[in-house]
Ligand binder design. Structure first.
Ligand code: ZN
Length: 58
């Protein structure tokens, strides 16, 4: 089984954050991520909006 890791398509960093929708879970009393978007991801190393590539680390 392959293990996929989201990486920055510009610098290859794994320190990326996906843009996402969250929906409120009233039982857990916390936000749950419902959908993430490949476009509009943020890279902490580039400090800008980047695209995510999926790296197979297996
Ligand atoms: Zn980057």
């Amino acid at each position: 089984m392959s293990i996929l890791l989201p990486v920055c398509n510009s610098c290859g960093s794994v320190d990326v954050k996906a843009d996402a929708f969250a929906t409120w879970d009233s039982e857990r009393q916390e936000w749950q991520v419902s959908d993430t978007f490949d476009k509009g991801a943020w890279c902490e190393d580039c400090e800008t909006t980047v695209s995510i590539e999926w790296c197979d680390i297996q």
